[in-house]
Design a protein around this ligand. Structure first.
Ligand code: CP
Length: 320
């Protein structure tokens, strides 16, 4: 069984195959029939121990567009509240015949445990584990970057991406740093010293504390939410002090090159890391990131579950 647990699992060829498959699948949105039979008879379980809007719904939409059966499991309202373990939850899902388990968990490493402990024969997809990784977010971000900034080879060679904010608690930052480097981009992490992880230099990225200096040199700026829920209350910065140094407002956005785009994985805290006028501006690709997330997650499920090729053969063209 194959799994997707970390962006580091993906070679450049792997990542490019996912992105090319997603590109093919995205064109379905413009066709009269938006559903494919590729995963008919397969079961995808969304196993969510932590809240989610975008990831859970887009995996559900992705699985349904490939004709898989979908079971949504949220820890809230389940027997997890009675003390049931991850192992027993996994065994229960296995007994119900899951082919793929999409797992979000507050504990870093939980999807890896699920994949390797021998409790289940399902493919496991990491949908965000603690402060560790969120590989499908990185794939949808790379897909969005390719659409706007792709090189003639289709890669991201030499493109400069700034990831700004609470890097310390961000699984999105880690997965993006890994994947963007694999695809040839140059990554700069911009954060206050207290929100950069110890040893971050080993990620192969540049670091800076000075957002104003980095913005003119970047092709894309990816803003991160300050993850209050993972912080000790004593060092949570005030909105005012944080946004003054690290928030993206209209004045700062004007420092970007004309072609540069603004990204955010969501959920956003408007007024903290990004102002409403920037989030809603024509530089922002934040809503498009969500749309792209469905195509990318379709590609991941399709490739992991061995859908027959080609992905969209026989689907009528628009107007056809
Ligand atoms: N970007 C992201 O993972 O959003 P959700 O927490 O809403 O899934």
């Amino acid at each position: 069984r194959r799994h997707l647990l970390s962006a580091a699992d993906l070679s450049r060829d792997d990542a490019e195959l996912v992105l090319a498959t997603a590109q093919e699948l995205r064109s379905l949105a413009d066709r009269p029939i938006k559903k494919l039979p590729a995963l008919r008879g397969r079961t995808v379980v969304n196993l969510f121990f932590e809240d989610s809007t975008r990831t859970r719904i887009s995996f559900e939409a992705a699985a349904k567009r490939l004709s898989a059966d979908v079971i949504n499991f949220a820890a809230k309202g389940s027997s997890v509240s009675k003390g049931e373990s991850l192992k027993d939850t996994a065994l229960t899902l296995e007994a119900m015949g899951a082919d793929a388990v999409v797992c979000r968990h507050w504990a870093s490493g939980a999807p890896h445990r699920l994949a390797t402990a021998g409790w289940s024969r399902s493919c496991v997809v990491n949908a965000g584990d603690g402060t560790h990784e969120h590989p499908t977010q990185a794939l949808l971000d790379a897909f969005t970057l390719q659409r706007h900034l792709g090189t003639s080879s289709g890669g991201l060679d030499g493109r400069r991406v700034a990831i700004v904010g609470d890097v310390l608690h961000s699984r999105v930052a880690r997965s993006n740093a890994l994947l963007l480097r694999t695809l040839g981009a140059e990554v700069t992490l911009v954060a206050p010293p207290t929100l950069l992880p110890y040893g971050v230099e080993s990620w192969g990225v540049e670091t800076s504390y000075d957002l104003d200096a980095v913005l003119p040199k970047t092709d894309a700026v990816m803003m991160l939410r300050v993850q209050r829920e993972r912080m000790n209350a004593s060092y949570f910065p005030t909105v005012r002090e944080y946004s003054r140094r690290y928030g993206l407002d209209g004045r700062r956005m004007a420092k970007l090159a004309e072609h540069a785009i603004v990204m955010h994985p969501g959920p956003m805290v408007r007024g903290m890391e990004i102002t409403a006028d920037v989030a809603d501006s024509d530089r922002s690709v934040i809503v498009e990131q969500v749309t792209n997330g469905v195509a990318v997650r379709m590609a991941v499920l399709y490739l992991l579950l061995g859908g027959s090729e080609p992905a969209i053969a026989g689907v009528p063209e628009a107007g056809g």
